[in-house]
Design a binder for this molecule. Structure first.
Ligand SMILES: [Fe+2]
Length: 414
């Protein structure tokens, strides 16, 4: 009886999957195949992805199929007809260079961000690791990647923001098709991964997409939402990322824009039964809040032509008091006053699964003197990409649907 129930249940699952499959558009199928192509046979199991670490620093990650060492070979020399002199970069911590694992990392420093960068990863499988002798196999190299110059004249910077992909990586290509050009980098603004349970899920839903963006000349910055903090593999995310100062939150200057990237924390209190007593966000968010209070006093923040915040959970003045969730309350009551104090120009968020622009609060006494651009979510018809273009005189933010619909738009002039 049980096996009959099981087979009926399996049949329902297959039927459900088939109908979901037919709903997937050609653009999504092509996009998914291109992303999956970043997983390769041989020693390099996932081709390299590039992560922003701030001015003049770039993190590179890749996966190998066997425990190995890893370096990145990089150069800014292109087609001179002369042999190229490759420089080497690697990752080390506490005096030890990364080795004997399959998650590889390197940090490239000292390059000129006003010129394009060319790089490839190199790893050797470790066949024997003895205290005084390590044996390596022959080195394997990744595909070569080229990133355009990140620093552009007149403080110009353009970036795109994705949110709430929830493992539906097929959405990236159709959305990128609408995002326009140029694109200096992409921010993955939370809930792109859904409750990661394993390395395979992290690879499929985060690392392969980041490698795919990198193959298109677009480095990424990954920000957690409230779903990347859940699941058995949530505590392993840092193994695959090169984070500035080892933290998920940071602030970086790109030309005329200071961009603060905040880690939104969980949406429910730490004591909620869903977390089984294993989270400590209330304390962590206070630490981040103290850091952000210092950030808004820095010359880099105060003197920037444009001050932007990217954070998954939106601060929203409209929500009635009794409907505020814990995480949203924290954003509204603790972080938003600092957004006002720091005179941010705009906030970019997700989380609500509904694309909209929240206008500044009409009651100026309450604060909230900035708009919040909230991105949509799956399915494709409701998914969005938010595009930011800034230079010394102008800032423009647009929220675009996968069919090119402009859900929200605003421009600022100086
Ligand atoms: Fe969310």
């Amino acid at each position: 009886m049980k096996s009959l129930q099981r087979s009926m249940w399996a049949a329902c699952l297959i039927a459900g999957a088939a109908s979901a499959q037919s709903a997937v558009s050609t653009a999504e199928a092509e996009g998914l195949a291109a992303i999956r192509a970043q997983a390769t046979q041989g020693m390099i199991a996932v081709q390299p992805w590039a992560q922003l670490m701030g001015a003049g620093r770039l993190g590179i990650g890749w996966l190998t199929s066997l425990p190995a060492d890893g370096v990145v070979e990089w150069t800014q020399t292109f087609d001179t007809g002369q042999p190229v002199a490759w420089q080497e970069a690697w990752f080390s911590e506490d005096g030890l260079r990364q080795a004997n694992g399959t998650a590889q990392r390197a940090v490239i420093e000292g390059y000129d961000p006003s010129r394009p960068l060319r790089f490839r990863a190199r790893s050797r499988a470790i066949s024997s690791f003895k205290p005084y002798k390590v044996a390596f196999d022959e080195p394997a190299r990744s595909q070569e990647r080229i990133l355009p110059a990140l620093a552009r004249p007149d403080g110009a910077v353009s970036f795109i923001v994705f949110n709430d992909i929830h493992n539906r990586t097929a959405l990236y290509q159709p959305l990128l098709n609408q995002a326009g050009a140029p694109i200096d980098f992409a921010v993955l603004n939370g809930d792109v991964l859904q409750d990661p349970q394993s390395e395979a899920e992290i690879a499929q839903h985060l690392l392969q997409p980041m490698a795919w963006f990198t193959a298109r000349g677009i480095p990424c910055f990954f920000l957690r939402g409230n779903h990347e903090t859940r699941g058995a593999a949530a505590r392993r995310l840092k193994d695959y990322l090169t984070l500035p100062d080892g933290r998920f939150y940071t602030a970086m200057t790109f030309g005329a824009a200071r961009v603060v990237l905040l880690d939104c924390g969980e949406d429910k209190p730490d004591t909620s039964p869903e977390y089984s007593g294993l989270v400590d966000f209330d304390r962590y968010m206070e630490t981040q809040l103290a850091w952000f209070a210092r950030e808004i006093e820095t010359p880099a923040f105060r003197q920037a032509a444009w001050r932007l915040v990217v954070v998954h959970i939106p601060p929203d003045w409209r929500v009635p008091e009794e409907e505020l969730w814990h995480g949203a309350r924290r954003m509204r009551e603790r972080f938003a006053p600092l957004f006002d104090k720091g005179r941010v120009h705009a906030v970019i968020s997700g989380h609500n699964h509904k694309a909209e622009r929240v206008a500044p609060c009409p009651d100026a006494a309450r604060g909230f003197r900035w708009p919040v651009f909230i991105g949509g979510a799956h399915p494709l018809e409701k998914a969005t990409v938010i595009r930011v273009d800034a230079d010394a005189r102008r800032l423009a933010i647009r929220c675009l649907g996968s069919d090119g619909t402009v859900h929200a738009e605003q421009q600022w002039q100086r």
